[in-house]
Design a protein around this ligand. Structure first.
Ligand SMILES: Cc1cc2nc3c(=O)[nH]c(=O)nc-3n(C[C@H](O)[C@H](O)[C@H](O)COP(=O)(O)OP(=O)(O)OC[C@H]3O[C@@H](n4cnc5c(N)ncnc54)[C@H](O)[C@@H]3O)c2cc1C
Ligand code: SF4
Length: 485
């Protein structure tokens, strides 16, 4: 145990400061300032090394949190990163982007603010990369078996790294021009700068994973051709079919899916030329829908110089405290203030969008909204409450309905569940022998931590399929939940 009296001496949560809002919205760099090692040690020292560490179950990866808290408290960063990597291939992603359900399950959180687990995690890995402790781990021998991983998001990357290290020859196919999935073109740099992705890809390349960007499987080569060429295939294609809002005016110029907007902005930040870029500059922006995607649109719009940013949600505003039906150690639905929310704009709840309104020239000028009313459990616009909100740009961040599945169905006969996700059994295997599904493609739009956990577990299943046994860890059966995250 780090410090037996740590949790009695330090009762407050301390996190690195975020850069001042007026400064940080001038660029797309990460919002956090450099952490203070003394502060980090104090926080790691608050960990009680509980007999039953509920944080383990709270984390979908089963991260060994008390162990690395202890090691960081003692200044043993090198041992800490080994314990961290034992369960998590990419702590530099989760340490920046995870909503930290582990902290909701922290035992200290019952009557004190939880340990800053996620901050300790990111500090361990940043120190390790900075100190040169993260080195390639190529396999000792090759099995002669080949695996195609389709999709280069966190699920595909985790599966590829595990399988490469197990000695298989792995190629990752990605239809975008760059590797990374939503880490690359969904999540803006102010949440995670792409240098973190690049340094991990450099390690993977040195270990022997092959990357093939610009290959759209199902189009450039068919899925069944791919299956014939490789001994096994992992489908990690994400769940990016966006939920639409088919109301009058939907086809007006100025109404866009959030991902159309975010991809263009991320490309621009990466230095690409983007023709006819959708920009918020000088515009009244309305973001429909909350969640991570909505917050990323808000932060991006402020950085592009929006005149105003309004975020509308159809449902009720979550409370500030844990609701009674989500007691500890569950991950509760509470009112979230992400860094993007601190930067301006305002949020409204119980608002239903009725129509996108055009001016005389046929351009978007407003959206017509009404109060949301609950009728027989359905959310409908309340009659007589309609009003207009000025809007030159509307971004639809209403979630995702599932993966693109048509070609997979036609070429590999992969089935789809009644929730629209690719069907697989508890061991990630589909009905097509040798074809496995990991990440959002099988789970629906979820979290990076789940994608990594599924990629690791699917890799173990593939290894067992190819070799008859496996020594790769298999953290979770497909579609497992950890304390309702
Ligand atoms: C805007 C946004 C912000 C988010 N922010 C967070 C966050 O802060 N924290 C968090 O935990 N989660 C966040 N999420 C969710 C998280 O990004 C996803 O759950 C995670 O990336 C899923 O990983 P994945 O590997 O399953 O798929 P993805 O990351 O979606 O990657 C799938 C990849 O497959 C490729 N692909 C698809 N079809 C083919 C094909 N036929 N051939 C070749 N390649 C193909 C796609 O181009 C894509 O690159 C966010 C999601 C969005 C949309
Ligand atoms: S990956 Fe997420 S849930 Fe797991 S320890 Fe890190 S922050 Fe917590």
């Amino acid at each position: 145990m780090a410090d037996p009296k740590g949790f009695l001496k330090v009762t407050e949560r301390e996190l690195p400061k975020r850069r001042p809002v007026p400064v940080r919205i001038m660029d797309f760099k990460e919002v956090y300032e450099q952490g203070d090692p003394a502060q980090l040690r104090r926080q790691a020292g608050r960990c009680m090394d509980c007999g039953i560490p509920f944080c383990h179950q709270g984390c979908p990866l089963g991260n060994l949190i008390p162990e690395w808290n202890d090691l960081m408290y003692r200044g043993e960063g090198r041992a800490a990163v080994e314990r961290l990597h034992a369960t998590n291939n990419f702590p530099e992603f989760t340490g920046r982007l995870c909503p930290a359900p582990c902290e909701s399950a922290c035992v200290l959180g019952i009557n004190q603010p939880a340990v800053t687990i996620k901050q300790v995690e990111v500090s361990i890995i940043d120190q390790a990369f900075g100190s040169g402790w993260v080195q390639p781990q190529p396999p000792g021998r090759l099995t002669g078996k080949t695996v195609a991983v389709v999709g280069s998001g966190p699920a595909g990357l985790a599966a590829a790294q595990q399988l490469t290290r197990a000695g298989h020859t792995v190629a990752v196919f990605e239809r975008d021009d760059r590797i990374g999935g939503l880490l690359r073109y969904g999540i803006p740099d102010f949440k995670m700068e792409k240098k973190h992705l690049e340094q991990r890809l450099a390690q993977m390349t040195a270990e022997g994973t092959r990357f093939r960007a610009g290959m759209n499987i199902g189009v450039d080569i068919t899925w069944d051709q791919l299956r014939e060429r490789y001994d096994a295939v992992v489908v990690a294609t994400g769940a990016m079919v966006p939920r639409d809002l088919p109301i009058p005016g939907r086809d007006l110029p100025g109404v866009h899916f959030a991902m159309e907007y975010l991809v263009q902005s991320n490309r621009r930040v990466a230095g690409d030329e983007v023709f006819d870029q959708i920009s918020a500059e000088g515009k009244h922006v309305v973001v429909l829908g909350g969640g991570d995607t909505g917050a990323d649109c808000i932060g991006t719009a402020h950085r592009q110089g929006a005149l105003s940013v309004t975020n509308l949600a159809i449902g009720k505003q979550p409370g500030q405290a844990r609701p009674e039906h989500q007691p500890w150690p569950m991950h509760p639905t509470v009112f979230e203030v992400q860094s993007a929310h601190e930067e301006g704009g305002h949020r409204e709840y119980l608002v239903s969008t009725v129509e996108f309104v055009a001016n005389d020239s046929g351009e978007l000028r407003a959206i017509r909204v009404a109060e949301t009313e609950y009728l027989d459990g359905r959310r409908v616009p309340k009659a007589g409450t309609e009003r207009e909100i000025p809007a030159d740009l509307v971004l639809l961040a209403l979630g995702f309905t599932g993966p693109e599945s048509q070609e997979l169905d036609e070429q590999l006969e992969l089935a789809v569940t009644d929730r629209g996700n690719l069907d697989r059994d508890a061991a990630y295997a589909t009905a097509s022998p040798g074809v496995f599904v990991a990440g959002d493609a099988g789970r629906g739009q979820s979290l990076i931590v789940w994608a990594i956990a599924e990629g690791r577990a699917a890799a173990a299943a593939v290894d067992r399929y190819l070799e008859g046994e496996t020594s790769l860890p298999s953290p979770i059966p497909a579609n497992a939940r950890a304390f309702a995250v």
